[in-house]
Design a protein around this ligand. Structure first.
Ligand SMILES: N[C@@H](CCC(=O)N[C@@H](CS)C(=O)NCC(=O)O)C(=O)O
Length: 236
C-alpha cells in the first residue's frame, strides 16, 4: 500500500495544489493509497522526509518528495499500468508543461487567492502562509489582493494555448487524460476548493475540460467540496 502526505486545512479541506497532481496520478495508475493529512505549519509530521513540503509518497522503504519526481517514480515503478506520459517524448513535454505551470500559472493565481486560503486554515497556518507568500512576493497580502483582478485577467490570457488545445481533443493528453492534465488541474482544483472566485467563465472550453477532470476516477476531484458549496451549506 502506498502512502501519501498532503495538506489539510480546517474541517479536513484538502487544498494542496501539488498534492492534487499526485492524487490524480495515483488514481490514473489505479493504485490504492492511504492519505495522511498534514497542517501546513506542522513540519514535525513530515520530518521523516528530510524536507518541508508535500506531496510526499512512501512506497515500502522509499520516500519520494516533489510532485514531478513522484509522477516519474510511478511511471517507472508501474509500467504496466496506464501511462502518465505516453513515452519518452511525452515525458519531456510534460516536464516542460510542469515547469511552465509552476512558473507562469501558479504564481499568477496562488498569491491572489491567499486571503481565501487563510479562511480555510487555523491560526498557526495563517501566520505561516502569510509570512511565506509575503516573503516570496516581497509585498503585503493586502497589496497582492488589490492587484487580483488584473492578475486574473492576465492568467486568462496565459491559458489561451490550453484553450486552443482543447479544441483538438477533450484532454491535454488527447483522447484520454495524461499527467499534463493533472498538472493544470491541481492548480485550478486548489482555486475551486479555497475560493469562490471564478477563474474561467462557464462557457469557457476550460470549464468543460475541468468538469471532465472532476468526474474522473469516480469523481475523486468533485468529492472534495468547492468553497462555494461549503459556504452555501454553512449559510443554510
Ligand atoms: N515543487 C514541489 C512544490 C511543493 C509545495 O510547494 N507544496 C506546498 C503545498 S501545495 C507545501 O508543502 N507548502 C508548505 C510550505 O511551503 O511550508 C512539488 O511539485 O511538489
Amino acid at each position: 500500500m502506498l502512502e501519501l502526505w498532503e495538506l489539510a486545512g480546517r474541517d479536513d479541506v484538502r487544498f494542496s495544489t501539488f498534492s492534487w497532481r499526485t492524487r490524480m496520478a495515483l488514481c490514473h495508475k489505479g493504485l490504492n493509497f492511504n492519505a495522511h493529512p498534514v497542517a501546513v505549519s506542522d513540519k514535525q509530521a513530515i520530518a521523516f522526509s528530510g524536507q518541508t513540503k508535500v506531496p510526499i509518497v512512501k512506497a515500502s522503504d522509499r520516500v519520494i518528495c516533489d510532485s514531478w519526481e513522484i509522477a516519474v517514480f510511478l511511471e517507472r515503478e508501474f509500467p504496466d499500468r496506464p501511462s502518465l506520459f505516453g513515452g519518452a517524448a511525452g515525458e519531456q513535454l510534460a516536464y516542460f508543461f510542469n515547469l511552465w505551470t509552476d512558473r507562469e500559472i501558479v504564481p499568477g493565481l496562488v498569491p491572489y487567492l491567499m486571503f481565501d486560503v487563510l479562511d480555510c486554515v487555523d491560526e498557526p497556518d495563517q501566520r505561516h502562509l502569510r509570512g511565506q507568500i509575503e516573503g516570496i512576493f516581497n509585498k503585503p497580502l493586502e497589496e497582492l489582493y488589490s492587484e487580483r483582478e488584473k492578475a486574473l485577467q492576465l492568467l486568462g490570457k496565459k491559458l489561451a494555448p490550453v484553450r486552443k488545445m482543447l479544441v483538438r481533443a477533450p484532454f491535454l493528453g488527447g483522447v484520454a487524460p495524461a499527467y499534463a492534465d493533472y498538472i493544470l488541474f491541481g492548480t485550478l482544483q486548489w482555486a475551486r476548493v479555497v475560493s469562490e472566485v471564478q477563474v474561467f467563465a462557464p462557457d469557457d472550453a476550460l470549464s468543460d475540460w475541468f468538469s471532465r477532470l472532476l468526474d474522473l476516477y469516480g469523481g475523486v476531484g468533485r468529492s472534495e467540496r468547492a468553497r462555494g458549496e461549503r459556504n452555501r451549506e454553512a449559510a443554510e
